[in-house]
Design a protein. Sequence first.
Length: 147
Amino acid sequence: MIVDHIDNCRLYQTAHPLFPAAFACLLETDWSQVNNGRFEISGEDLFAIVDRRSGKGIDNARLEVHRQYIDIQFLVHRSDVMGYRPLSDCHRPETFDTGRDVGFFADPPASWFSVNEGCFAIFYPTDAHAPMGTDSDFHKVVVKVRV
């Protein structure tokens, strides 16, 4: 897991071959003009999900994991509270939807942190994460990067 400000994204360009294109898209797109839903970048290898909504609160946010994609969750407006637990420490699986590439766990997050406006969190397949822990509205872009 990585959490940082978008101004520092150049530090992570070499972490994955698709990260340069992912960060370029995050920096060059006026997200205030993009509707909720899927935003095409490079087919199934690299795309974004634009999301404006209210959080669920810490009590209702669930740990999730992905096998095929890395998440880069970028906060465009406001902030989100996210939970984290290493996948190796998750022992209570609930379901895994292969088509949507998302699985859920009943384990509680080991820690909680805020991702503020202008910041991003990168979650690898080894990182169980619980997004939408905030009680407030937010505007987020989740870039999905094929592993």
